[in-house]
Design a protein around this ligand. Structure first.
Ligand SMILES: Cc1cc2nc3c(=O)[nH]c(=O)nc-3n(C[C@H](O)[C@H](O)[C@H](O)COP(=O)(O)OP(=O)(O)OC[C@H]3O[C@@H](n4cnc5c(N)ncnc54)[C@H](O)[C@@H]3O)c2cc1C
Length: 446
């Protein structure tokens, strides 16, 4: 087969890698001048750093297996991670059960309830029992009182803004599962990071695809999926010279966000309404290169609505700063609706808003600790997945035969992540190869 893939992020590259390995011809079209999509990188202090903070959990088996398969196991290092929560005017450590017992923002009974609830969710393997609840409903009733209002409610609001009441409980369950998996016993949390950045994985996948005869076309945005007799038949893209060109394919996999997909191809209403039903939040991230650290914590949750960002991720409290020419690197992050006024602020205006709050995390902080700043926004960063979602997930097999969709709205019940995009990309590649063997008979009626 000759397969066209739209997008060279984790999902597109993983699918392309499996297809070329199975002997198929593959062309990946990527609109950006780089691979990696949301996990792509910029240059910082001579090293590569993700546009948005990235790490792996010990339960991220799909990507860990792929890393091993492509000979990069040595790249993936596991580092101790400290988690903190800013609440009631101060920073608390919240990595271990012992930390939780010392979490003074809550009375002792609240801390115990919080710990027991997390343990209960961690032991619960059947997430389907949670499907009909939103996280807000479930936590409010099961945890209730101050434990919910002081910790989880501000964190849900910080992450999802006005959409926080819609988030399905399986999202929360999956977060507890992944975090617990990376925290063994009382010894704290270990998180993974590929020492040459996530680029090392994407570069190697692209290299292997190309050396097997596949093509990875950067700065080639797809404009149309060509359809003939109800089947995907080709792709029209813009070349680097901005001239449109078309190529024929036996099948097409799109890994673009749901709001982009209908711009590429006409879709029947029933499928389109599934795509439209999931709203995405954008991530707005400031990366600060500093001459000293702000705190000793890697992942700082902010359970205080007076702070205008949702988290501080001090990357060099996880990975060594020698990777970035000795710079301390931290991310100030927000998930925002694209209509949010903060989304329209310039990087300097955003920093001006954030700066006065940094002293809350370290009273000695001075603006001259910041040597350089980078700004990034990712438009399809976080899909809002509501209750009872399993009945509403768009099929990978779209109503147009031989046209597949693999994007982060189809990851469920887990939260989106590189691990799940790799798993999904490989699943869809397998599905496509099986469909071809079966003469494309598995297709649902359009
Ligand atoms: C701030 C932030 C922090 C994150 N932290 C983590 C983390 O710690 N660990 C983790 O595992 N995951 C993390 N993630 C999630 C992870 O990055 C994504 O889930 C994953 O990279 C998605 O991969 P994908 O291939 O499914 O989609 P994408 O990465 O979105 O790839 C889709 C690709 O399609 C391209 N494209 C779109 N339209 C077209 C078109 N018309 N023509 C051609 N190309 C097109 C895009 O440019 C993009 O490269 C984070 C995400 C964000 C935003």
């Amino acid at each position: 087969m000759n397969v066209g893939i739209i997008g060279a992020g984790a999902a597109g590259l993983a699918a392309g890698y499996d297809l070329v390995n199975a002997g198929h011809a593959v062309t990946l079209y990527e609109s950006a001048p780089f691979t990696g999509g949301q996990a792509s990188t910029i240059e910082v202090g001579g090293g590569r750093l993700e546009r948005g903070y990235h790490h792996l959990f010990t339960s991220d088996y799909a990507i860990i297996d792929l890393i091993q398969e492509i000979g990069l196991s040595e790249e993936l290092k596991w580092f101790p991670s400290l988690v903190g929560t800013y609440a009631a005017g101060r920073v608390y450590r919240t990595t271990t059960p012992l930390d939780l017992l010392k979490f003074g923002a809550l009375p002792l009974l609240g801390r115990i309830r919080l710990g027991l609830l997390a343990l209960r969710l961690q032991r619960m393997k059947n997430w389907r029992a949670l499907e009909s609840f939103t996280a807000d409903q479930w936590l409010r009733t099961r945890l209730g009182g101050r434990a919910y209002e002081v910790v989880w409610n501000p964190l849900l609001r910080a992450k999802f803004g006005e959409y926080y009441e819609e988030i399905g409980m399986p999202w929360f369950w999956s977060k507890i599962q992944t975090r617990f998996a990376s925290r063994k016993g009382l010894g704290g949390e270990r998180l993974g990071y590929p020492i040459g950045s996530f680029d090392s994985i994407f570069d190697e996948l692209a290299r292997r695809i190309e050396s097997a005869g596949g093509r990875v076309l950067l700065e080639n945005p797809v404009r149309t999926v060509e359809v003939a007799n109800g089947e995907a038949a080709g792709i029209t893209a813009l070349g680097t010279d901005r001239e449109p060109f078309s190529e024929g394919f036996d099948a097409v996999i799109a890994t673009v966000p749901s709001f982009e997909f209908p711009k590429l191809v006409d879709l029947p209403d029933h499928y389109r309404s599934r795509l439209d039903s999931v709203h995405y939040l954008a991530a707005v991230v400031l990366i600060l290169e500093m001459n000293r650290p702000l705190t000793d914590i890697y992942w700082m949750n902010i359970a205080d609505r007076s702070v205008p960002f949702l988290g501080i991720i001090e990357h060099t409290n996880l990975a060594p700063r020698s990777l970035y020419g000795g710079r301390y690197v931290l991310y100030l992050t927000n998930y925002l609706d694209r209509r949010d006024e903060m989304f329209a602020l310039s990087p300097d205006e955003l920093l001006d808003r954030y700066l006065p709050h940094l002293k809350k995390f370290n009273p000695a902080f001075q603006p001259n600790w910041i040597e350089r700043m980078h700004y990034n926004s990712v438009s399809a960063a976080q899909p809002i997945i509501g209750a009872n979602y399993s009945a509403r997930i768009p099929d990978h097999r779209t109503p147009i035969r031989r046209l597949y969709l693999a994007n982060t709205t189809q990851i469920y019940p887990e939260d989106r992540g590189t691990n799940y995009s790799v798993r999904m990309g490989r699943q869809v590649a397998r599905m496509l190869m099986q469909d071809e063997k079966n003469g494309w008979n598995a297709w649902p009626a359009a």
